[in-house]
Design a protein around this ligand. Structure first.
Ligand code: MN
Length: 209
């Protein structure tokens, strides 16, 4: 069974003015779809791997056959990263997390504002292309990290629950070279209830696709 993209769960213009409609069309329908398509092309060479979930492939990236390992890393990562990225944004969002996730953030970072500034700095400081993450560690704690290219924290044994895409394709049409302005606006569209759902799953070592 080939891997499939998730339809965008809200309108393409729903994140305006933080993220513009054309960027959402290109990002979801071309970039994300391209990763999923290229993952399928790679896995066709070892079709027995279609029985495995994308998170399972990424957790075990070093055991993927040599001839497709880089393609699975880049495109399986691209699939997982974008499945999360579009899910943790939404209209009428922003604000702050509540409940157990808020408690865990306060415990790990001192305050929500501290998390925000650390994650923003991780995104701004990522040289070239990649993601900044809030991730759940193997002992259930929270950390901020950043990954290059389409790498995903699953490759390092962690479960990302909030991912900020800092590839130029995520912001260049509207924000041009000013990545910091995109990051600032992105906080206004974070869907904290979906991040909290991912937090609860991550405590059970699950990554939601
Ligand atoms: Mn992207």
């Amino acid at each position: 069974m080939p891997y499939e993209i998730n339809p965008l769960p809200y309108a393409y213009n729903a994140l305006e003015p933080s993220i513009d409609e054309l960027t959402m069309h290109l990002h979801h329908d071309k970039h994300y779809a391209g990763y999923v398509n290229n993952l399928n092309v790679a896995i066709e060479k070892h079709p027995e791997l279609f029985s495995r979930s994308v998170p399972d492939l990424l957790r075990n990236i070093n055991s993927i056959p040599d001839d497709i390992r880089t393609a699975v890393r880049n495109n399986g990562g691209g699939d997982a990263n974008h499945a999360l990225y579009f899910d943790i944004m939404g209209p009428n969002a922003g604000g702050e997390p509540t409940g157990a996730l808020a408690d865990a953030i306060n415990k790990a970072f001192g305050s929500f504002d501290q998390l925000k500034s650390q994650l923003s700095a991780a995104g701004a400081g990522r040289f070239g292309s990649g993601f900044a993450w809030l991730s759940v560690t193997s002992d259930g704690g929270l950390i901020v990290e950043s990954t290059p290219n389409q790498d995903n924290p699953l490759m390092e044994g962690r479960v990302g629950i909030l991912g900020l895409d800092v590839w130029e394709h995520a912001y260049y049409l509207k924000y041009h070279n000013v990545r910091a302005d995109y990051i600032k606006a992105w906080w206004n569209v974070v869907n904290w209830s979906n991040v909290a759902r991912r937090y609860q799953a991550a405590l059970k070592r699950e990554y939601l696709m």
